[in-house]
Ligand binder design. Structure first.
Ligand code: ADP
Ligand code: GLC
Length: 480
């Protein structure tokens, strides 16, 4: 099949979270399976500066209609491996910036223009390259307008650009809602400004457009697919998602086993496998040392790697700060994000410097060290569409402590409820739930035999992308 992926992040070129990992691994695995894959991503500065992208050549000069004016840009392309071409949609004014969406203080004010331009640039490229895709697959709100723009261009130019469109919701909490006056930049028919179109409480919602106007809608776990049809998790779009109930499917992400494999990982001080965990003890000592904690500590080491936001349950962690200050555990957090969480965690680390360590930066190598060196991995998300770290943790023999929501509930089997197959501890997304999970963790740590069972069960699981990519292949086949 000829498949086009369109996303605002792509590992290894630009990443703020799991979206980059998911799109990078899915497109690469589909290429390995023999499909002809094109991936579009904005030509942000970190991407154009990336050494792997230095071979990119200009394939197209763009002249994109944006309302009553035309804007120029260009498409640069390179092929990192057989069957895979990466296209960068470039325009200095929009993308030659340090961050993809905004500074740490606030979102860029022209994000609507930036991503309308991006989607239109993709459509223009498909038209001029005559790619004739079987499937055009967009990810998250930044690509929400793509199906409408694509079909509209087909009508205007009497061209066939794609057989089917697919839209994946990675996180419905981010919706791309902008003042309706931005709609004119799309050059789409005015009737789409209504409630059956992109209108959302008087504004324009790009996520809503993607959900309503794609042939198929997917999200990243079966449980999240059900959750987003309820007011509790739908962030106001539950009704809209409900109208697509027959077409929405939840497909769990995989993990990139070339990057996340304890027996080959070049970013950790010692490799190890389920048969021989001695390397994990070395990783543990190194993690404690690098975090300024006692490397000889024998109690449970709890790690956490995430964006410091409400989604990730930081308030639930902080509600249990007395536990982390006083219990016989060591707690190591790697994360950046909202200032209030960073400050409160820093205060906690300052109050108990021999118990708690905070590493507030983006650090790929450190994230591997936390995954490998921790005994337990805490992920108390309030909601979690899929989540990757709970899967990395299981692969690294690190027992995940997770809330029973979304992809966490779908990928972690509780060891107390399922002594034979369990590999983690699951609990309710409340402060009390986290407290209960932590107290069950202490019991599990004290019972070495059960702890080994949980580790072995996790390490035996297959979370590879091949399974996930096959599921997408099936979805495309069904749609066509
Ligand atoms: P989300 O996409 O909601 O942030 P995921 O669990 O899907 O959550 O993916 C998060 C990804 O970002 C993981 O690969 C995780 O290791 C990585 N990550 C998060 N924070 C950091 C950090 N400070 N340094 C390095 N990697 C990080
Ligand atoms: C989003 C979600 C996360 C998911 C990732 C990749 O960032 O928050 O749960 O794993 O997308 O699909």
């Amino acid at each position: 099949m000829k498949i086009v992926h369109v996303a605002s992040e792509l590992f290894p070129y630009v990443k703020t979270g799991g979206l980059a990992d998911a799109v990078g691994a899915l497109s690469s695995t589909l290429a390995d399976l023999g499909h002809e894959i094109a991936v579009f991503v904005p030509g942000y500065r970190p991407v154009t500066d990336h050494p792997f992208a230095s071979a990119a050549k200009r394939t197209l000069k763009l002249r994109v209609e944006m309302g009553d004016t035309f804007m120029t840009g260009e498409v640069r392309s390179f092929s990192p491996k057989p069957n895979l071409t990466v296209h960068l949609v470039c325009r200095e004014e929009f993308f030659d910036r340090r961050f993809p969406y905004g500074t740490p203080e606030r979102d860029y004010e022209d994000n609507h223009h930036r991503f309308i331009f991006f989607c239109k640039g993709v459509v223009e490229t498909l038209r001029f390259l005559e790619f004739r895709a079987d499937v055009v697959h967009g990810h998250d709100w930044q690509c929400g307008l793509l199906p409408l723009l694509l079909r509209h261009a087909e009508q205007r130019h009497e061209a066939t650009l794609a057989m089917k469109t697919v839209f994946t919701i990675h996180n419905i909490a981010f919706q791309g809602v902008f003042p309706m006056r931005a709609f004119y930049r799309t050059n789409l028919p005015d009737e789409l400004m209504g409630i059956d179109g992109v209108e959302f409480y008087g504004q324009m919602s790009m996520m809503k457009a993607g959900i309503l106007f794609s042939d198929r809608v997917t999200t990243v776990s079966p449980r999240y697919a059900r959750e987003i049809q309820t007011p509790e998790f739908g962030c106001g779009l539950d009704g809209v998602v409900g109208t697509r109930a027959d077409d929405i499917v939840g497909l769990i992400n995989g993990i990139d086993t070339a990057t996340w494999n304890p027996s080959t990982d070049a970013l950790i001080p010692a490799t190890y496998s389920a048969a021989d965990l001695s390397g994990k003890a070395l990783c543990r000592a190194e993690l404690l040392k690098r975090s300024g904690l006692d490397p000889k500590f024998t109690g449970p080491v709890v790690g956490m790697v995430c964006r410091l936001t409400e989604q990730k349950g930081l308030d639930l962690v902080l509600a249990n700060e007395a536990f982390f200050r006083t219990a016989n555990v060591r707690f190591i957090v790697l994360g950046t994000g909202e200032k209030k969480f960073e400050e409160e965690l820093r205060e906690l680390a300052a109050a108990a410097p021999d118990h708690v360590a905070l590493c507030s930066r983006l650090d790929e190598a450190m994230s591997h060290l936390v995954e490998s060196g921790s005994d337990f991995f805490l992920m108390p998300s309030r909601f979690e569409p899929c989540g990757l770290n709970q899967m990395y943790s299981q692969a690294y023999g690190t027992v995940p402590l997770v809330t029973r929501v979304g992809g966490l509930a779908d990928t972690v089997i509780d060891i107390d409820a399922n002594p034979e197959t369990g590999a983690g501890i699951t609990f309710a997304p409340t402060a009390e739930g986290v407290a209960e999970g932590l107290s069950r963790m202490l019991k599990l740590h004290a019972d070495k035999k059960r702890l080994r069972t949980a580790q072995a069960n996790g390490m035996a699981r297959d979370f590879s992308w091949l399974t996930a990519a096959r599921a997408y292949e099936q979805l495309y086949d069904d749609a066509l």
